[in-house]
Design a protein around this ligand. Structure first.
Ligand SMILES: [Fe+2]
Length: 407
């Protein structure tokens, strides 16, 4: 997590319209982020009022005996400057390395009399061990009032999930402080307990208009891997979890910036070519196959899709179209999903690739992975199963897709 003081970045800060609400000395907006290797490391980000120009994180293996706290290791946080003089907050971050795989840890953040609670999480296990993860499409609007039910229901269905994918458009106006505040409140301790894998959408680049620069809050408030191309740190990256390579692409920059399109295309080819994981899941905001006839993400389709086919990517998880659609082209290649978790709704235009569709419903997905298969389930936010399939690995051949729900 770093702050880039580019001219454009500073201009964007001038458009921060919201004042910080009474920020406390006690940390809030605490988020556990994926790292490149979540079996052995954990990245934590949090916020305090501006007067806290230093902060700390403590971590220890969690035991039933609360005396574990006496054995905690402490690390000083990296702390940002104040983003704007109308926003009296600072962001802090720590990365813990040298953790043990598949181990329950507890951590807290703060200092002096102002500490968070101890949050528990389990580090990722080793390749081949089964696990689940959560995937959420666009949250974007009415984050506290209505998106909250999606993330909370997902957590209650899979509290031991190893990560949560947020497939872009986490908020509607990327530089709006109140919207981010709602995003954090809606997820509350879930954000602090399950590592988030956030990929930016067009709305992280929006407000007051297409800014050409990611939200001023993105890099201060998240601490995501910096193993992607230069200039796209924390938006284009990968994380290897228990035999799955998760790749985040910055599809906004693919669609609007030719240089960053080619940079990501070449980087993607490299990380797919050298990938030794059994499974590959790629996430980005703009669908390869849109759910509306009037929508087409040409640069993603023309430049990224050929690599997804060539390197036999298993799952492609996207958002942007505010509908649900899941399927495959000619029963070959990756399984494509478009989903939505927030309340902004569009209509699906059915197309041959779609096995299952949905309009005017909020969804969450729970995806279980083992050595032999990916078991995918999509639920509406009332907890009803909407879609399910099994994807089985076949050595040297296309995966076998078994649909478990009628169209
Ligand atoms: Fe979008």
């Amino acid at each position: 997590m770093k702050i880039i003081h580019s001219g454009r970045w500073l201009i964007a800060t001038c458009f921060l319209l919201q004042q910080a609400s009474a920020q406390q000395a006690r940390p809030d907006n605490i988020v556990l982020n994926v790292t490149a290797d979540p079996a052995r490391s954990a990245a934590i980000t949090w916020r305090t009022h501006a007067a806290a120009d230093s902060s700390y994180a403590e971590i220890a293996p969690s035991t039933p005996d609360p005396a574990f706290t006496a054995k905690a290791a402490r690390k000083a946080a990296g702390t940002t400057g104040v983003i704007s003089d109308t926003l009296a907050v600072r962001y802090h971050h720590v990365v813990f390395n040298d953790l043990q795989p598949n181990t329950e840890y507890a951590y807290r953040v703060g200092k002096g009399d102002h500490w968070s609670e101890w949050f528990q999480f389990r580090t990722a296990g080793l390749p081949g061990q089964p696990f689940s993860f959560i995937y959420l499409g666009d949250a974007q609007t009415n984050l506290l009032s209505l998106w909250s039910r999606a993330i909370r229901k997902a957590w209650s269905a899979a509290p031991d999930a190893k990560l949560i994918i947020h497939a872009g458009d986490l908020v509607n106006r990327g530089n709006n402080y109140n919207e981010w505040q709602q995003w954090f409140e809606a997820g509350s301790f879930v954000h602090a307990s399950i590592p988030g894998l956030m990929t930016p959408g067009n709305h992280e680049y929006y407000y007051p208009n297409d800014s050409g620069v990611v939200s001023v809050f993105w890099r201060p408030q998240f601490t995501l891997p910096e193993n992607g191309p230069a200039g796209l740190e924390e938006t284009c990256y990968y994380s290897d979890v228990q035999g799955v390579r998760f790749i985040s692409l910055n599809s906004q920059e693919i669609e609007i910036n030719e240089r960053l399109l080619h940079l990501q295309r070449d980087w993607l080819e490299q990380v797919l070519k050298e990938n030794r994981n059994r499974w590959t899941v790629v996430t980005f905001h703009h669908p390869v196959l849109s759910t509306k006839k009037t929508r087409d993400n040409k640069f993603v389709r023309d430049h990224i899709k050929p690599l997804l086919d060539k390197y036999k990517v298993d799952l492609v998880l996207t958002g942007h179209d505010h509908t649900y659609a899941r399927g495959r082209e000619g029963n070959q290649g990756p399984v494509y999903v478009v989903s939505v978790s927030g309340p902004k709704m569009y209509e699906v235009d059915p197309a041959p690739w779609m096995h299952k569709t949905g309009s005017h419903e909020q969804f969450y997905q729970i995806i279980r992975v083992d050595d032999k298969a990916i078991h995918y389930s999509s639920y509406t936010v009332d907890g009803a199963l909407h879609d399910a399939f099994k994807l089985q690995k076949q050595a040297g051949r296309q995966n076998t897709l078994t649909n478990l729900m009628k169209p």
